[in-house]
Design a protein around this ligand. Sequence first.
Ligand code: PTJ
Length: 267
Amino acid sequence: MRIPKSHPRRESLLTRERLVRALRDDVVVAEGLIAHGRGEAWDYLFGEETSAPALVAEKAAAAALLLARRPAISVNGNVAALAAKEVVRLARAIPARIEVNLFHRTEARVRRIARILERAGAKDVLGAAPDARIPGLESRRALSHREGVFGADVVLVPLEDGDRAEALVRMGKTVISVDLNPLSRTTRSASIPVVDELRRALPAIRTFLEELREDPNEARRMLRTYDKAGNLGAYFAFLEWRLRRLQPRGRTRRERRRARGRRSHAK
Ligand code: PTJ
């Protein structure tokens, strides 16, 4: 479909088209389109911008990835369709292993997604020959690589489902999620939940990573002082403020009282 340059929601429509094409190419699953719609609805509420609490989480995520001994990034269909280049750039900057891990796993999809990542510049993408199982997961999502997510101390899991995020936390890993839903099980169970849009979050993490590389003490301080509960509270405070601003501008009770007072003075 041709989307006019002047369309006010051009970016959003282009992203939708990209995901539909990826669905036809068997990269994204139909459920991935639903997941995208949910994400987009949350992004409306957040004002389609990175919030201040998200920046804090992104900096903490960058610190954790920088200080990790064996960092890994997990990639699914939506992530490959939307942000393959950004994943590869971030993995290079850290440096971290990339592993394809799918909720709706078929071997053909794993191979296709690995190819997309390789075309974006990745080397030695894991996922096709798993040699370990994540304990406590019955689905094929448990299949993993000792060299990748299974053996990692810090794992970045964008657009994850709650079960695996919880299972990875139970394994003692630092789990960094990227999920626009502040209420999702993934967000609640991750060690560092980033509530931001994937294509804003990955470059932001990379920028912080480059900054912190120059100042490892600041990276350690960031990790020490990051407070997940406080940070999640700040997302909700931000949302509350946004929703209040979005209300149609009627007079508040206080404003009505003041206006009544002014009228009675004038009599
Ligand atoms: O490719 P597969 O087979 O591994 O399947 C991938 C999906 C995404 C279908 C699978 O992981 C899934 O079902 O995920 P959920 O449980 O729907 O969770 C996805 C979460 O990502 C939801 O909470 C969405 O709000 C959020 N989300 C969607 N798009 C974005 C997003 N968060 C950040 N940026 C986005 N672009």
